[in-house]
Design a protein around this ligand. Sequence first.
Ligand SMILES: Cc1cc2nc3c(=O)[nH]c(=O)nc-3n(C[C@H](O)[C@H](O)[C@H](O)COP(=O)(O)OP(=O)(O)OC[C@H]3O[C@@H](n4cnc5c(N)ncnc54)[C@H](O)[C@@H]3O)c2cc1C
Length: 395
Amino acid sequence: MAAGSKQYEVIVIGAGMMGSSAARHLVGLGVKTLLVGQEEPTDKARHEGVFASHYDQARITRRLDSKADWARFSSRSIARYAEIEAAGEQTFFHPVGALIAGPDKGEGAWLVERSRKVAADQGIAYEDLDAAGLARRFPFFAFPEEVVGLYETGTGGWINPRAHVTAEITAAQRGGADVLRGEVVDVEYCKGQVTVTCADGQQFNAGKVVVACGPFSKAEGLLIEPIPMTVYARTIAFLEIDEAEAERLAEMPSMIYMPPDLSYEPYMLPPVRYPDGKLYLKIGGDPVDVPLETVEEMKDWFRGPGNAEVAGFLAEKFKELMPGLDCKSVSFGSCATSFTPKGNPLIYAQSDQCVVLTAGNGAGAKCGDELGRLGALVASGQGMPAGAYLTDFKP
Ligand SMILES: Cc1cc2nc3c(=O)[nH]c(=O)nc-3n(C[C@H](O)[C@H](O)[C@H](O)COP(=O)(O)OP(=O)(O)OC[C@H]3O[C@@H](n4cnc5c(N)ncnc54)[C@H](O)[C@@H]3O)c2cc1C
């Protein structure tokens, strides 16, 4: 049956990390669901429509976290990766290990201290490495001597976010969801029914919508009320390496790093093969936060190449940290992250017809499945699981 001829209980708008997961969980709860989402544009520079925060080959995943509930979101998601991979016939998890590195004294010591506490409280296994241990385990890094590390194996590493989304969509479809690729331009909330209008003019009706449009959840015409979410421009630098260098760095983990001088807060990805067939290391962590105020500003930023100065800074920092690195070339790209004042994801009902599911706060890829599940629970009427989280998911 064509999607348009059905009445849905829930329409999920946005087939990204959270929306695709919400659709899979909704059909698992027996809810008649339509997932409508814009596909990744093939020509970013000329694309007029919306973009997403997950257009990449790798996102760090780890249970270890300095924030207790974020560790829970990730732990629950990681525990389901194998199930999602099987149901969606996609491999997306690469458990190469994850490292949280930072100073053990001074202002920046909070990162490892809080992460250790969360790990102890939640029984997260990791190896505590002092400076000598770090140097032995990862001889290719040149950390300042006051830096120590928490090293998570088995559950830490990286996921391919595109493959994760594909797996969730496939699994949702197999579970009974209808899926439509396209952009939603308007949502009309009438008594007893919500009408969703797509850019091509198609309309669909449901009892309720879940708005899971990442940064573009701020676009007019989707939600009932505006949300307090700031979207920041992000530049990522890619350092191309050859096969021999990738072999030398085979033990490199994904990494969150707090330099003792606190000059920036980078994250780094180990060698990953990209669709162009080449191998890249990746570094992100803009030293200055630049907000994107309007949807047009967001689109312009996504269409562009990112900030060359930021990319140069990040690439130099990466080379300082890996002095022997044989880097063939440096390229860079643009992305955007969505932050709330409380640093929490927004998962709540604005009315009995409208659920918000967004605000990854720069960390929503690894735990997209759990955030999507929570959105599905709210949309299905079951509500947040009692006692599972301390987080306030409302603005
Ligand atoms: C550079 C960078 C690095 C990151 N690194 C990490 C990391 O290492 N680990 C980690 O866990 N997280 C990371 N994140 C964060 C993570 O990628 C985001 O938190 C996550 O993608 C948010 O998921 P989402 O579903 O809210 O939004 P998105 O992934 O952006 O998905 C939203 C979807 O909605 C669609 N959409 C938007 N508007 C409409 C509309 N009107 N109609 C139809 N569809 C629409 C979009 O096309 C998109 O598919 C990073 C983010 C960036 C930018």
